[in-house]
Design a protein around this ligand. Structure first.
Ligand code: FES
Length: 211
C-alpha cells in the first residue's frame, strides 16, 4: 500500500502541516513567566477564555485565535506566549495550530481572503473567480488569497470570506473593486455582504436588487 499523502495543488492543506519534527532538539518545556513577556491585552484575553472551562486546555482555540489576532499569525513567539499563560508546552499548542487551517503558522498578509471553491461555488465559476482574485492581489504582501472548502454560504455562490465578512455572489467584473476596497480599508463590496441582506433569498443570484 502506498504511503503517499494526497496533497492539493490549490493549497487546501495548510503549508507545514506535515513538516517533520526535528528530533535533534530537546522538547520545549512550559515557558517560564519570568522570561516570557506577554502583552497585557493578550494575557487578559487568554485568561478570560480559560476561565470559561473546567480544563484550561479547552481554551486552546480561542487563546490561539487571540494570539493570531495580536501577532497577525501564530508565530513561534505567539505560541510561546499562549503556552506561558496557559501553562502548556509549545508543542501542545503547535499541534492544535497546525491541525486547524484557519490558524496560520507561516506569516501571511494582514487581510485574509478565503475563496470558496467547493461544489456549489465551483459550479458557479469559483475557480475562475479565485484565479482572478489571486491575480488582482498578486504582489500585495498585505493580502493573502487562498482557496477554501465550503464556507457554509452556498446560497450566495460563488463567494468569499474577506477577513471574516461573507461576500457573494461575486461577479468577475467586481474583483478589482473588491481588492480596491480591501486595500483602502473600506468594507468589501457592501451590496454583496451576507450580513447586510435582510433574508437569504432577498437578493437574486444575479446580484441585482430587482425588487
Ligand atoms: S460551496 Fe461555497 S459556500 Fe458552500
Amino acid at each position: 500500500m502506498s504511503n503517499e499523502v494526497r496533497r492539493f495543488s490549490h493549497g487546501s492543506r495548510v503549508p507545514g502541516w506535515d513538516d517533520a519534527v526535528d528530533l535533534t532538539k530537546e522538547p520545549a518545556s512550559v515557558p517560564d513567566p519570568a522570561t516570557t513577556p506577554v502583552p497585557d491585552e493578550l494575557r487578559a484575553e487568554i485568561e478570560a477564555a480559560m476561565a470559561k472551562y473546567p480544563d484550561r486546555r479547552s481554551a486552546a482555540l480561542p487563546a490561539l485565535a487571540a494570539a493570531q489576532r495580536h501577532h497577525g499569525w501564530c508565530s513561534p513567539e505567539a505560541i510561546e506566549q499562549v503556552a506561558c499563560v496557559m501553562r502548556l508546552t509549545p508543542a501542545y499548542l503547535t499541534a492544535v495550530a497546525t491541525f486547524y487551517d484557519m490558524f496560520d503558522t507561516q506569516p501571511v498578509g494582514r487581510h485574509r481572503v478565503y475563496v470558496c471553491t467547493n461544489i456549489s461555488c465551483s459550479l458557479r465559476g469559483a475557480d475562475e473567480l479565485c484565479e482572478r482574485i489571486e491575480q488582482a492581489a498578486a504582489g500585495d504582501p498585505d493580502i493573502s488569497v487562498r482557496h477554501f472548502e465550503c464556507l457554509g454560504a452556498c446560497d450566495i455562490a460563488p463567494m468569499a470570506s474577506v477577513d471574516g465578512v461573507y461576500v457573494g455572489p461575486i461577479e468577475l467584473d467586481e474583483v478589482d473593486e473588491l481588492i480596491d476596497d480591501i486595500r483602502n480599508g473600506r468594507p468589501p463590496l457592501p451590496r454583496k455582504q451576507l450580513r447586510l441582506r435582510p433574508t437569504a433569498d432577498s437578493l437574486p443570484l444575479d446580484g441585482k436588487d430587482n425588487g
